[in-house]
Design a protein around this ligand. Structure first.
Ligand SMILES: Nc1ncnc2c1ncn2[C@@H]1O[C@H](COP(=O)(O)OP(=O)(O)O)[C@@H](O)[C@H]1O
Ligand SMILES: [Mg+2]
Length: 226
C-alpha cells in the first residue's frame, strides 16, 4: 500500500515579493512523504507551514525547486491543470473553517462538486456519505452560524472529502477549538488516514500532532534536522 515518495519536495523555495520587499517563506526545503502517511508539520507561527501546504495543494506556486505529487511535477501544470489537480487530488481543511455563511452545511459540501461531471443523484449520495462520516448529517440543513465551532470544523472536513481526495491538507485545523473538539477532529483525520488517504496536518501546537506517525519541524522557512 505505502508508496514511498508519493510526495517529493526537492529544494523547494518560496519568496513573496511586494514592491521592493521580499520575504523568504521557505528556503530549499527537501523531504518526502509516503502514500498513506499521516505527517505532522510543526513549527512556530511564521515558520512557513501554511506556505508549504498552499504549494502542495496547488493554491500557489513555488519560486524554485521541484515539488512532485503522485508522479506529477506541479510546476509543469498550467493554471487549468493545477485547478483540476486541486479539485481531484486535494482536500483542504483550514483553521477558520471557511464555510460559506449563507449556504447550508449540505450546500457547502456541494460546492466542490459543481464542476464535476457526475449525476446530481451521485453528488447527493457523496455529500450524504461525507456528512455521515464526520457525524454531522443531522445538521445538514443548518447554516454554519447555527453550529458550534467543532461542528463547523467537522462540516469543513466533510466538504474536504466529498471528492474523495487522495491527499488531505489540514492547516491548523484545531486552532479555534477547545481541547475536546480538537481531539475529535484529530481522531477524524486519523480515521480518514486509516482508509488510505495521505494526510498532512500543520500546527504550531505539538500536542495536536501527537497522532501523527512522523513529524517534521520548520523554523523560519527551513527544515530543522532531527
Ligand atoms: N502572501 C504573503 N505575502 C508576504 N509574506 C507572506 C505571505 N504569506 C506568508 N508570508 C510570510 O511568510 C512567512 C511564512 O508564513 P506562513 O507560511 O504563513 O507561516 P506559518 O503557517 O508557519 O505560520 C512569514 O514570514 C509570513 O509573514
Ligand atoms: Mg499558518
Amino acid at each position: 500500500m505505502a508508496v514511498d515518495g508519493y510526495i517529493r519536495a526537492e529544494q523547494v523555495s518560496k519568496v513573496y515579493s511586494k514592491g521592493d520587499t521580499e520575504v523568504s517563506a521557505l528556503a530549499e526545503v527537501s523531504f518526502s512523504v509516503a502514500q498513506g502517511e499521516l505527517l505532522g508539520l510543526v513549527g512556530p507561527s511564521g515558520a512557513g507551514k501554511s506556505t508549504l501546504l498552499n504549494l502542495l495543494g496547488g493554491l500557489d506556486r513555488a519560486t524554485s525547486g521541484k515539488l512532485t505529487v503522485g508522479g506529477t511535477e506541479l510546476a509543469t501544470l498550467d493554471d487549468e491543470a493545477l485547478a483540476t489537480y486541486r479539485r481531484r487530488t486535494v482536500g483542504f481543511v483550514f483553521q477558520a473553517h471557511s464555510l460559506m455563511p449563507a449556504l447550508t452545511v449540505y450546500e457547502n459540501c456541494m460546492l466542490p462538486m459543481i464542476p464535476v461531471p457526475i449525476a446530481a443523484s451521485a453528488k447527493r449520495r457523496r455529500v450524504e456519505k461525507a456528512l455521515e462520516e464526520v457525524n454531522i448529517a443531522h445538521r445538514a440543513e443548518h447554516l454554519p452560524g447555527e453550529l458550534s465551532g467543532g461542528e463547523q470544523q467537522r462540516a469543513a472536513v466533510a466538504r474536504a472529502i466529498v471528492n474523495d481526495p487522495q491527499l488531505i491538507l489540514a492547516d491548523e485545523p484545531t486552532g479555534e477549538l477547545d481541547s475536546e473538539n480538537a481531539a475529535r477532529i484529530m481522531q477524524l483525520l486519523e480515521n480518514l488516514n486509516e482508509q488510505g488517504r495521505t494526510i498532512i496536518v500543520a500546527s504550531h501546537n505539538p500536542t495536536t500532532l501527537q497522532i501523527a506517525q512522523r513529524r517534521i519541524t520548520f523554523s523560519e522557512g527551513v527544515l530543522v534536522p532531527g
